[in-house]
Design a protein. Structure first.
Length: 419
């Protein structure tokens, strides 16, 4: 087994080579990687079965769903790589150019970040997404997945590295940390001089640990306490459809809705319909009902479970929705400012002034008007796959695709100028 330090040494040495790969070479290799995932599906699924067996009784069902792979999901992973191959190469892109009065030509040029460390939890599809994005953007990745998905991720990386080898490239362009203990995560966080950027992708605990302990540059991603505010002018059926999708289509992901805010003018009409749609109808159809955790005003209308002290500050990642009645768009905006993680928030309204105010004042990476928060995704935004959803403001924000995995430098051309 390679130590994490040995992997980092290999990655650093490989970064110089990765930065010089041509677009044509990168795209050709990516297409082969996609094919390798599909042809190696049996190997991946066998490894995934080991992870699932080990995780049963340890992870809740919604988290097992994130871990589980099948042939359809593997095809989706492969297609994600093909989409990355089809995107423009960000490396070497001329971002700005101007000539100074002294004749110097200053060109701002996009360049790879270098070595990118990624710490993530039980989602093996992140392994192929991250590897493809880093490779296309000219960087080297060091992936440290959760132990729950280790065998799945290792099988994926084995296939991708074989493609690199078959093409005469350095296998260290794509790396996976073999040590799944906390020590390896700490080593990545403190790998000054080896890791140029660290991207944690997972729950609040992981993000907090990286932010508090990282000595290398860290890009915060992931945690999503996403809100949907239903304004008094909202079309009721549209609002119900949006909330149903945002909450139930895949509750274990970061762009799923966790909080519903409802205008007091329509609460008496809307909340019983919300309960019927999310609870009663799903139970009747043999689906998991959504547990509504209600503030005092919502509880007075439909009864049920009262919201606890922390329910409006919790990323449930489950069939649970906190519900609050508010007196207008201003109160909704204020509530979101106090409780949001800056991920994705939505207003459902037919009042343009309220839509504009919400879009302007809600300080999140993605703000929606009359659409589900589930669209916050690199693929849905036309970026191919994504390496994470950045909830910070410096360097990158929102779904991080190829361009967000690049930095830039200034290339200055002269003819003998001195200062």
């Amino acid at each position: 087994m390679k130590t994490t330090q040995e992997i980092l040494l290999g990655a650093k040495a490989a970064a110089r080579k990765a930065a010089t790969l041509t677009t044509e070479k990168k795209n050709a290799v990516l297409i082969q990687m996609a094919a390798a995932l599909e042809s190696g599906a049996k190997e991946i699924l066998s490894a995934n079965e080991i992870d699932l067996t080990n995780a049963k009784g340890v992870l809740p069902d919604v988290m097992l769903d994130r871990l589980r792979l099948d042939e359809k999901r593997i095809v989706g992973m492969a297609n994600g790589i093909r989409e990355v191959a089809a995107l423009p190469d960000p490396v070497g892109k001329k971002l700005d150019e101007h000539t100074l009065p002294n004749g110097l030509c200053v060109t701002k040029t996009s360049v790879p970040l270098g070595v990118i460390g990624i710490i993530y939890e039980s989602r093996p599809n992140v392994t192929s997404d991250a590897a493809a994005l880093c490779f296309k953007s000219g960087s080297v990745c060091v992936l440290r997945g959760g132990k729950d998905a280790y065998y799945s991720s290792a099988a994926i990386i084995k296939l991708l590295r074989q493609v690199l080898k078959d093409n005469g490239l350095d296998e260290n362009f794509i790396n996976i940390v073999e040590d799944t203990s906390r020590q390896s995560a700490t080593e990545l966080m403190t790998a000054v001089g080896y890791v140029d950027a660290l991207i944690p992708r997972g729950g609040a605990g992981l993000i907090r640990s990286c932010v508090e302990n990282a000595k290398v540059p860290c890009i915060q991603t992931g945690t999503g306490i996403c809100h949907v505010y239903v304004d008094n002018s909202a079309k009721i059926d549209m609002a119900l459809d949006i909330i149903y999708n945002a909450k139930t289509s895949r509750p274990s992901v970061c762009n799923a809705e966790e909080v519903c805010l409802v205008h007091s003018d329509i609460a008496n009409e809307f909340l019983p319909k919300l309960k019927q749609r999310l609870c009663d109808e799903r139970t009747a159809n043999g689906l998991p009902a959504v547990e509504l955790r209600l503030d005092e005003r919502a509880y007075a209308i439909i009864g049920g479970v009262k919201a606890g002290e922390n329910d409006f500050d919790t990323e449930f990642l489950d069939y649970i929705l906190a519900v609050k009645v508010v007196d207008g768009v201003d109160e909704a905006i204020a509530h979101i400012a106090d409780h949001s993680t800056g991920h994705s928030d939505c207003i459902v309204t037919e009042t343009e002034a309220n839509a504009e105010k919400f879009a302007l004042c809600v300080d999140s990476a993605a703000v929606y008007v009359n659409a589900s928060t589930r669209f916050t995704d690199g693929g849905e935004f036309g970026k191919g796959c994504e390496i994470g959803i950045s909830t910070q403001k410096l360097h990158a924000r929102g779904p991080m695709g190829l361009e967000e995995l690049c930095s830039y430098k200034y290339i200055v051309r002269g003819n003998g100028q001195v200062r």
